[in-house]
Design a protein around this ligand. Structure first.
Ligand SMILES: *Cc1c(COP(=O)(O)O)cnc(C)c1O
Length: 397
């Protein structure tokens, strides 16, 4: 064997592995080695899945729900998801437009694969969720980033979107509430952006995974509810991970116009078959045992809101840091540009010196910021922000 092995694929050589998962893994490894780490890196609720959801899954397992399910999902779950959109947003969708997939991340990828061909351009607002650009590239399409920094509340204006559109633009990705910034668009703001997308005959992928994690009484707005025209161009991506603390269950959803739903189901039939059968029965309980679910969600939201306000106030006390009060998800995205370090350098030193794990803004396409997840205990947040203040004071000297 004297020959070098054949090269790995273009996809394998050019994929950037998820930096958020990497930072979180590094923090967990330090912790396992006995270090006292304050982790702000994880993108998942620190709460356990509510009991009634677990019980429904266990009952399904015991009842032998251990075989393949229909590719697009078990029928009662598709019906319950359709009913949820009608009840929550007055959006009428047929259960056949609902596809249940192994995780919201995979739902996003299927939505992109169903709409984008090689060479098509996809507009991705930055700061962006780390997986969008990689998924677009895996589809052979081309990501086009439009940066909205803290001067516009991390929200794009219609003019910014319009300036990025070319004859090759096929898809606009929207994510409100946003990971990583927590920014939430108002209905009027989204309507204006959707109008631009419709004028140019684009598809929209609206990633609504944080639809229920909104504070200050702000209303969630979904583009598909704006008009029949908007509904005919929009793929809604959501899932169970964030709202119901079910990240490990791997259950995501798409709701799409019929031809796209069909394409998503066909792609899924060859790429993964169905989402885990018995897990879907747990998800069904999340949607049908409404009182128990709302009680758990309300408890989680109260904790998130308290931590959000505390962390925001503490961050703004630190000389050199400025931070907007985000109104959704469970992230804050403070500006650290005054320290003159790259965000990656800042985060590496912060973890090494103070054992505080945060993800650098450049991972999300926005240099000069950090992403801090407050989906962790009040005690860790208090300790972590004290350490961050000490770290920043050291940099200022
Ligand atoms: C967490 C997340 C998802 C999907 O997560 P899954 O665990 O794969 O369901 C999708 N989009 C954004 C922006 C997220 O933060």
């Amino acid at each position: 064997m004297h020959q070098a092995p054949p090269s790995l694929s273009t996809w394998a050589r050019h994929i950037s592995p998820s930096p958020t998962l990497a930072v979180d893994a590094k923090a967990k490894a330090l912790q396992a080695a006995g270090e006292d780490v304050c982790g702000f890196a994880a993108g998942e609720p620190d709460f356990d899945t509510p009991d009634h959801i677990k019980e429904a899954c266990i009952a399904a397992l015991r009842a032998g729900k251990t075989k393949y399910a229909p590719t697009p999902g078990i029928e009662p779950l598709r019906q319950a998801i359709a009913a949820k959109y009608a009840a929550d947003y007055g959006l009428k969708v047929a259960p056949s437009q609902v596809i249940v997939s192994p995780g919201g991340k995979f739902s996003c990828y299927l939505a992109i694969l169903a709409t984008c061909s090689p060479g098509d351009e996809v507009i991705i607002p930055a700061p962006f969720w780390v997986s969008y650009p990689e998924m677009v590239k895996l589809a052979g399409a081309v990501p086009k980033f439009v940066l909205a920094d803290d001067t516009t509340g991390f929200r794009l204006t219609p003019a910014m979107v319009e300036a990025a559109i070319t004859p090759k633009t096929k898809l606009l990705i929207l994510n409100s509430p946003s990971n990583p910034t927590g920014a939430v668009y108002t209905r009027a703001e989204l309507e204006a952006i959707v109008a631009v997308a419709l004028k140019h005959n684009l598809y929209l992928m609206s990633d609504e995974i944080y639809e229920h994690l909104i504070y200050d009484g702000l209303a969630f707005a979904s583009p598909a509810t704006f008009s029949a025209e908007a509904a005919a161009r929009t793929i809604i991506v959501s899932g169970f991970s964030k709202t119901y603390a079910m990240t490990g269950w791997r259950l995501g959803t798409t709701v799409a116009p019929a031809p796209i739903a069909k394409a998503i189901a066909e792609l899924q039939s060859q790429m993964s078959s169905n989402a885990t059968t018995f897990a879907q029965y747990g998800a069904l309980a999340a949607l049908t045992e409404k009182e128990k679910t709302s009680a758990s969600l309300a408890q989680m939201l109260t904790a998130f809101d308290r931590r959000r306000k505390f962390l925001h106030a503490e961050l703004n006390k630190i000389p050199g840091i400025s931070c907007l009060l985000a109104q959704g998800a469970f992230y804050l995205f403070p500006n650290i540009s005054s320290f003159g370090l790259t965000s990656e350098d800042f985060c590496t030193r912060l973890l090494d010196q103070q054992k505080v794990a945060a993800v650098h803004g450049s991972a999300f396409g926005a240099e000069g910021y950090l992403r801090l997840s407050y989906a962790t205990s009040d005690a860790i947040i208090a300790k972590g922000v004290t350490r961050l203040a000490a770290f920043c004071a050291g940099l200022k000297k």
